[in-house]
Design a binder for this molecule. Sequence first.
Ligand SMILES: Cc1ncc(COP(=O)(O)O)c(C=O)c1O
Length: 365
Amino acid sequence: MKNTTYEVTKSNEYFEKAKEVIPGGIFGHYKYAVRDTGPKFFSRSEGAYFWDLDDNRYIDLMCGYGPSILGYNHPEVEEAFKTSSEKGNTVSLASPIMVIVKIEDCYHRVSPWMQDKSRPGIIDSDNEHVLKIKWNDIEGLEELLSLNGDDIACFISSPYDHPVSRDNSLPEEGYWKKITSLCEQYGVLTIVDDVRAGFRINLGGSNVAFDFSPDMICFGKAIANGHPLASLVGKEKLKHSAEKVYFTGTQFFSAPPMAAALATLDQLQKENAPNKLIEYGENLNRRLVKVAEKEGFNLIASGIPSMPYYRLEDVDFETHFRWIDECVRRGVYMLGYHNHFISLAHRNEDIEFIENTAKQAFQSL
Ligand SMILES: Cc1ncc(COP(=O)(O)O)c(C=O)c1O
């Protein structure tokens, strides 16, 4: 493999232009991921790869922050989307295919109740009804419930802890069984935010893998392989209450993402996706940890293997970020503070490339 590093001249030019009209140049989550030497805009994508404006190719280990579970431009999904679009997108009636009806540092989107008080625009009352416990802290929940049990409506959490800038952590033995039984005792609903991990651990919901049964589960991201869609599912006993909740939006009846979701779920089932993704991630982790060791570094891979979080132990944050930057400059797209994502489009030869790239990146430090 050639030891070349990418130029991102065009990306930088567009970024400077964008800054003239858009606050910070790029809005949303990517704003925090922009690096001087890294790409800023993509020009095309296919399978496990995207190309930037300078026509550099990257193996994408972020998968659009999760949605791309089958790979970009998946033919069956795009065909389903196109066929449905031809019939109509957001029409005045619902489409018949529309059948889908806090732990500290856990992310559940940007609604004010979820945001930290220090963020601009957030006022004290926005999250005064939100109580927090630490991950894997059964006693913390027990204490909160004994003090405020009658006032607590629900307990929301991702199936395992996948915060930013910290090693990811799985539930301890018996954690979820105990949590759900405590919540049931106090009449508190358990809600699992499976937006990020959904379909990468178990197609029935990540709770199946951790052997518990929540009252509600939220899915999003990978459900339609990148087309905008989220879904909330719940137990039968909640249907009547759910019927009374006022919830809608302008694009609520947009049908093509639903068609894309059905095609995605079909493919995921046919491919037995979670097993393949986990197996791939285990192999990738093993090889990256080994290559790090050979080059004198200690790479920690945490979380589930289909969504690995990487951290270099015993070096400062800056060295860790430089290693990530050097991987990106050689064509492997990674992020220093976030878990990564595996898709079914990632191939074994991509692992070789990633391994070699990681090695060269270590050698350049
Ligand atoms: C765990 C989790 N919940 C909720 C969300 C919000 O999803 P969306 O931005 O699609 O509304 C995200 C997005 O990153 C997430 O990772």
